[in-house]
Design a protein around this ligand. Structure first.
Ligand SMILES: NC(=O)c1ccc[n+]([C@@H]2O[C@H](COP(=O)([O-])OP(=O)(O)OC[C@H]3O[C@@H](n4cnc5c(N)ncnc54)[C@H](OP(=O)(O)O)[C@@H]3O)[C@@H](O)[C@H]2O)c1
Length: 193
């Protein structure tokens, strides 16, 4: 999987997010603020559980609220090793490999995990912020959603600083405007310069 983060030959972080264009909103009431977009979900799952060797896993790293908003299917997927960042969780919930008390602890754990093929940071706000500010952050897969709805959780778009991240084209990622279930959206990929 050329270009993706591999924990064991130089740690690299990938960020994945779907964000509304008008307000950078990513969530409301611990859910997504837009109607279900099947193709975006398939894009997200395709990237965040893709391994090239049997036994390998993708590290899926998220804040506690994002983890709590995820479904059983995501939690129990054997291709994913869930790391939840939390200062309050004391016991590992079902489907969680590790509770990290800080972002740095999560990265340290992921970088030492033997079968980690890639590391995906999945939000929310403060976890994205730490990832984007980290020199280990390699790529950002952003789905830009042209749908207007209220939000109470946001993507720290200011940290996707053009002097640090450049927009790139990947042959496998369509860049045209897509319309599905009444929602227009576009895939974008950014890479650290
Ligand atoms: N559209 C998207 O792509 C997308 C992606 C992700 C999430 N979302 C949405 O975003 C919302 C959740 O995001 P959020 O920003 O509100 O919350 P969040 O980051 O998922 O969770 C916040 C919690 O994570 C823990 N945490 C985060 N950073 C930490 C750190 N550095 N050290 C220790 N603990 C840390 C804390 O848990 P404790 O309180 O236990 O200490 C904190 O209260 C939901 O609505 C979800 O649906 C959308």
């Amino acid at each position: 999987m050329k270009g993706d983060a591999r924990a064991n030959d130089g740690v690299k972080i990938n960020v994945i997010v779907a964000m509304m264009d008008h307000n950078n909103g990513i969530g409301i009431n611990n859910q997504l603020p837009w109607p279900k977009i099947r193709t975006d979900y398939e894009y997200y799952t395709g990237l965040t559980q893709r391994v090239t060797k049997p036994g390998n896993v993708c590290i899926n790293m998220k804040g506690r609220l994002t983890f709590e908003s995820s479904g059983e299917q995501e939690r129990m997927n054997p291709l994913r090793h869930n790391v939840v960042i939390s200062s309050t969780l004391k016991e590992c919930p079902k489907g969680v490999g590790f509770i990290a008390p800080s972002f740095d602890a999560a990265i340290e754990y992921a970088s030492e995990y033997a079968n980690a093929e890639s590391i995906w940071v999945m939000g929310g706000y403060s976890v994205y912020k730490r990832a984007l500010q980290s020199p280990l952050c390699h790529r950002v897969h952003l789905t830009r959603i042209f749908h207007k709805a209220e939000a109470d959780a946001f993507f720290p778009i200011d940290c996707l600083e053009p002097s640090i991240y450049k927009k790139i084209d990947l042959p496998e990622v369509p860049s045209d405007l897509i319309k599905e279930n009444g929602v227009e959206y576009q895939f974008e990929v950014y890479e650290r310069r």
